[in-house]
Design a protein around this ligand. Structure first.
Ligand code: ZN
Length: 58
């Protein structure tokens, strides 16, 4: 039974869209719906990652 020293990971779908960082310690909430990745500096909204204009219209 080996517990990883760092099991402070967010869900894969909440990971940084740019670098894939999942360490919660590096994903800092800067606003209500904005998270900043300390690893690459990207800011994104994990709650509604509708970025990139890909509205699956249909
Ligand atoms: Zn990142």
């Amino acid at each position: 039974m080996s517990t990883p020293s760092h099991d402070n990971l967010v869900a894969p779908e909440d990971a940084c869209p740019r670098c894939g960082e999942r360490d919660a310690d590096r994903l800092v909430w800067v606003e209500d719906d904005l998270v900043r990745c300390s690893a690459c500096g990207a800011e994104y909204d994990p709650l509604r990652r509708a970025k990139g204009g890909g509205d699956d219209a249909q």
